[in-house]
Design a protein around this ligand. Structure first.
Ligand SMILES: C[S@@+](CC[C@H](N)C(=O)[O-])C[C@H]1O[C@@H](n2cnc3c(N)ncnc32)[C@H](O)[C@@H]1O
Length: 244
């Protein structure tokens, strides 16, 4: 099995750049605020955070006394998370999760599900989520919403810079038009990291994918999930329960 399509530079050689830059793009406190009522309603104590990245949400969950295990494909991302969180960190592919423990909740935010693209991968990933939940365990994950994709900035370069002490990170990005049939699109990124006299530039093209709620609901039902709900957010945020 080749993992090449998910071995992204952004999560390997640029892991520390991701950590800084996305701390300004994503509002992790808002992520927490969205899921906190669901965790409370379901009496959750233990959480598996899938694609936990550099551990920024995991850190907030731990501050609220949840026992959290983080899982990510990238050891480079986990190495940064290690400095931030107490819980176990496991390097695994979410399409083939294989752990001894079961959890009260599985959480995966930040649109990491965009990398789960074929029917087979969607089925394997959701089955893995199901089998690693306790009875009445709750799954919460987000992804790009195929019903709400915008074509506004396609085909044009966008540039944005963020400054951090002695470091400036510039992200130039351009999206291809998205394929309306399968919900995929290509994004070209050019990252420039400037540190005093030193400048490094890294290019990467990634293939992203959006899903519809209807499609994911069907796939969730097929592996046994019930109480499947779409939460009201900009991204497609889905809650589902393992009831058996
Ligand atoms: C956009 S980042 C989100 C990280 C974190 N959840 C956050 O919100 O900052 C996507 C993450 O998914 C991870 N990832 C991509 N494909 C994966 C896979 N097949 N299995 C596990 N993690 C994966 C990447 O290594 C990266 O950490």
């Amino acid at each position: 099995m080749i993992f090449r399509e998910t071995e992204h530079k952004l999560y390997h050689e640029l892991a520390s750049t991701y950590d800084l830059y996305y701390s300004r793009i994503f509002n992790y406190q808002e992520f927490y605020d969205k899921i906190a009522p669901i965790l409370e309603e379901n009496g959750v104590k233990s959480i598996l955070e899938v694609a936990c990245g550099t551990g920024r949400l995991m850190e907030i969950l731990e501050e609220h006394s949840y026992i959290v295990t983080g899982l990510d494909l990238s050891q480079d991302m986990l190495n940064i998370a290690r400095k931030r969180v107490k819980g176990d960190l496991i390097q695994q592919d979410m399409r083939r999760i294989n752990l001894e423990n079961r959890y009260d909740a599985i959480v995966s935010l930040g649109s990491s599900f965009t990398y789960i693209q074929s029917d087979e991968d969607v089925e394997d990933t959701l089955r893995g989520f199901y089998t690693h939940l306790n009875a009445d365990g709750v799954l919460i994950f987000d992804c790009f919403d195929k019903d709400r994709l915008s074509t506004a900035s396609h085909g044009k370069w966008d540039a944005e810079s963020q400054s951090f002490d002695d470091l400036t990170i510039t992200r130039k990005s351009m999206s291809s038009g998205w394929n309306q049939d399968d919900g995929t699109w290509l994004v070209d990124w050019e990252w420039t990291i400037q540190n005093n006299d030193d400048t490094k530039t890294v290019f990467e093209q990634q293939k992203l994918k959006a899903h519809t709620f209807k499609y994911l609901e069907k796939k969730l039902r097929e592996v046994g999930f019930t109480d499947i709900e779409k939460q009201d957010t900009r991204r497609l945020l889905i809650k589902a329960v393992r009831t058996d």
